[in-house]
Design a binder for this molecule. Structure first.
Ligand SMILES: Nc1nc2c(ncn2[C@@H]2O[C@H](COP(=O)(O)OP(=O)(O)OP(=O)(O)O)[C@@H](O)[C@H]2O)c(=O)[nH]1
Length: 369
């Protein structure tokens, strides 16, 4: 009798313990689900590429209790990288964001399915360039959009039992599908942004971008008391080039001139095509003397070497440049930033007019009377 009571009590205890464990698991799963739901909302709401990537790298390892999370993205022709860099993304800040030139370099099977199992230094080393502590198991999950593989989400754990080949993949696949949608969305948004801010013929910025940037830079230059300079560059007798070489020849000249101007600038300077054969340059932290010095280099760069056009034709051209400066010492006076911007542009334009009137192929500085 006592035995059976004892047995019952033991069984009861065991059942209670099991129940407590199950409750704990259920609570833990609920917790994980809630954290993932919050993560889904966070990434769906990301407004830009850096914001999305930042969320993935900072939040996902924490909520999933992973030791390493990296992304490999397919970037044929370096388009994504080029555009993001032009939009100011600093890739050095995202060492876990990796690019490959084609899907074949993702290391997936021909049927793109998640690969789960033990960490293999030879196979996975490149996917987890900075894994610390050393990884023991990994999940390589394809990022798919309309059956196209756009990359992989790489999850690494120091726990050898975390990812095993027999583990179900629904959860990681769901996570990867949301990440893939978000990635595609932000990348196309950033591409559209880029197209809206650049000149399709030459690839340099357009007027819309420069007008906006100029306002931001004026505000910053005032806060930090440095000089801003502005350059108006106009190709001389461009109409003749079009007349003799045709519009296509003229377009080639515009592209070459844009590239020669760019070659003389610092990364912080902004070059834009204002339309037609007019280019402008905004130079950050440059007084009138240094801007005129750069302008002189640009003038020489345009005039010195002949331009090779398709079909073996060579053409020699020159450009006229007007330079003006907004002094940091004055802080642009009391006028509003948009008024200061218009003044700066019109001063450079006035100097350009003088350069044209004075015989072209020259640099003229705007002089305050
Ligand atoms: N090929 C090409 N030509 C363009 C483009 N936009 C404007 N143009 C041409 O640029 C020329 C500008 O000529 P003008 O403004 O008269 O000046 P210019 O001949 O350069 O003479 P100056 O500026 O006085 O030295 C016109 O023939 C326009 O048709 C373009 O996108 N491509």
């Amino acid at each position: 009798m006592t035995d059976s009571v004892d047995d019952l009590a033991a069984e009861n205890r065991a059942l209670r313990e099991r129940m407590a464990w199950m409750l704990e698991q259920a609570e833990r799963n609920h917790d994980i689900m809630m954290r993932h739901q919050a993560f889904d909302l966070e990434i769906v709401g990301a407004g830009s590429f850096p914001e999305l990537i930042g969320s993935i790298f900072s939040t996902l390892p924490v909520i999933s209790e992973l030791d390493s999370v990296t992304l490999s993205l397919v970037d044929e022709g370096d388009d994504i990288r080029t555009v993001m860099e032009r939009l100011g993304v600093d890739f050095a800040a995202y060492p876990d964001l990796l690019f490959v030139a084609g899907t074949s370099q993702l290391g997936l099977d021909s049927e793109p399915k998640p690969l789960l199992g033990a960490y293999d230094a030879q196979r996975d080393g490149l996917r987890f360039p900075r894994a610390e502590p050393p990884l023991q198991s990994v999940a390589i999950v394809p990022l798919l959009r309309n059956r196209r593989v756009i990359g992989t989400l790489n999850l690494g754990s120091a726990d050898p039992t975390r990812f095993t080949p027999s583990l179900g993949t629904d959860f990681v696949e769901h996570m990867a599908s949301i990440i893939a949608i978000c990635l595609e969305n932000v990348i196309s948004n950033e591409m559209l942004k880029y197209i809206g801010l650049t000149d399709s013929l030459t690839g340099v910025y357009n007027r819309r971008y420069l007008d906006r940037r100029l306002l931001e830079e004026i505000a910053r230059a005032r806060r930090q008391s440095y000089d801003l300079s502005f350059m108006y560059i106009d190709i001389d007798h461009f109409k003749r080039i079009n007349d003799t070489l045709g519009h296509q020849g003229g377009d080639q000249v515009l592209r070459e001139v844009a590239s020669r101007i760019k070659g003389e600038l610092r990364l912080s300077d902004a070059l834009a095509r204002f339309g037609g054969e007019e280019f402008v340059v905004l130079l950050i932290d440059a007084d009138l003397d240094s801007a005129a010095f750069v302008a002189e280099r640009i003038r020489a760069g345009i005039a010195t070497a002949m331009i090779d056009l398709e079909g073996g034709v060579k053409v020699s051209i020159t450009g006229s440049i007007g330079v003006a400066c907004l002094s940091g010492a004055e802080g642009g006076g009391d006028v509003a930033a948009d008024v200061a911007a218009r003044e700066l542009i019109s001063h450079a334009d006035e100097a350009l007019y003088q350069a044209k009137a004075g015989g072209r192929n020259r640099v003229i500085r705007y002089a305050t009377h």
